[in-house]
Design a protein around this ligand. Structure first.
Ligand code: UVW
Length: 337
């Protein structure tokens, strides 16, 4: 029994960290896990795990998300860009520039917050489905939109992730070396376990799992003008594989990130077993477990370095923007090895 729900989804973590918890499994990244991450720093080399935020380019991967538009602030009725302050006082020699950005928060390298995907669920156990998110927060009341289309995740906004810090131990699994770019492979539990065993990769409670598929290097190669081949390229997780979902539950990973669009395959058909979703990993992670999903990360350089040095673990520092009420955020993750 909880003030927001009295029926919690099967295999969920709702209530595990308190009835108002908004962090989900980020709670598993505690001081001990941060120190475990820091212990992976051996040579002090850093990797930027973000694409340029105007990549992938165009709308080939997602029709409704657009690259950032950057404009100048207007000051004294003029664009405040290369602004000559001698306009107001001839003795000034200063010049100044300020940006305004229209940013689709999930266009490029990003985190999904726990308010990104919810579900119609019988939260009261009375047979009525209600639109809710992780830990029973309500669509409408808690994740709100008004008549002017102004939105605010009053609960589960991305700022909670930012204040946590998202610094811990990252573990990378190299799917690219096994599956390459074409044909796209849907990776199930058996595939994942085989590759982890091959590369001697172990994932422990509270680790941030990073799955490298090679889509990032295709995106970089296409230099902002991707063609439709990227919609069929590189590995994705098979969210319809029950064994894989069970592994995500049992492994207690704190978050999952990948260089592909959605971690899992998109555009699939519902099945009688898929629990009313065609993105079962999103449903499991964001709605039930409180596992944030990172998408379109740039993992290639890190992955190649780790392989060369026979390693899979690193310190990962990946706070999103502290953008109150947003349901996703760009991120510039940094790996330190
Ligand atoms: C898709 O684009 C399907 O995934 P997400 O909404 O998580 O980015």
């Amino acid at each position: 029994m909880n003030k927001r729900w009295n029926n919690r989804p099967e295999n969920s973590t709702w209530g595990e960290w308190g009835e108002d918890d908004q962090l989900g499994r980020l709670n598993l990244i505690d001081q001990r896990k941060v120190l475990q991450g820091i212990a992976e720093v051996k040579v002090g080399k850093t990797f930027c795990l973000s694409l340029p935020l105007d990549y992938p380019g165009g709308q080939v991967l997602n029709k409704v998300r657009f690259p950032p538009v950057i404009k100048p602030v207007i000051r004294n009725d003029a664009p405040y860009f290369n602004y000559m302050w001698n306009r107001s006082n001839p003795e000034h020699k200063d010049i100044g520039s300020d940006d305004v950005v229209l940013l689709h928060t999930q266009y490029s390298t990003q985190w999904d917050s726990l308010a990104h995907r919810g579900k119609l669920f019988d939260i009261n156990g009375d047979g009525n489905l209600k639109p809710v998110y992780y830990n029973g927060f309500r669509a409408g009341e808690d994740v709100a939109i008004d008549e002017k289309h102004e939105t605010k995740a009053k609960a589960l906004g991305i700022e909670h992730m930012a204040t946590h810090g998202v610094q811990g131990r990252g573990v990378l699994v190299d799917l690219f070396s096994e599956y390459g770019e074409f044909p796209r492979k849907e990776v199930g539990y058996d595939d994942l376990m085989r590759i982890m065993e091959r590369d001697d990769v172990e994932v422990e409670e509270g680790d941030i799992l990073c799955l490298w598929t090679g889509l990032d290097q295709m995106i970089m190669r296409m230099q902002g003008e991707p063609d439709h081949s990227i919609n069929k390229a590189s590995a994705v997780l098979d969210g319809f594989d029950k064994k894989l979902l069970n592994w995500i539950i049992d492994s207690k990973v704190a978050a999952i990130a990948s260089d592909n669009l959605a971690v899992e395959a998109v555009g699939k058909k519902l099945t009688p077993e898929s629990n009313g979703t065609n993105l079962p990993i999103h449903e499991l992670c964001l709605f039930r477990l409180g596992v944030h999903l990172g998408e379109l990360w740039y993992l290639a350089d890190l992955a190649n370095w780790l392989r060369k040095h026979n390693r899979s673990k690193f310190l990962l520092t990946a706070p999103p923007l502290r953008l109150t009420g947003a349901v996703g955020s760009p991120v510039t993750p940094i790996a330190t090895v």
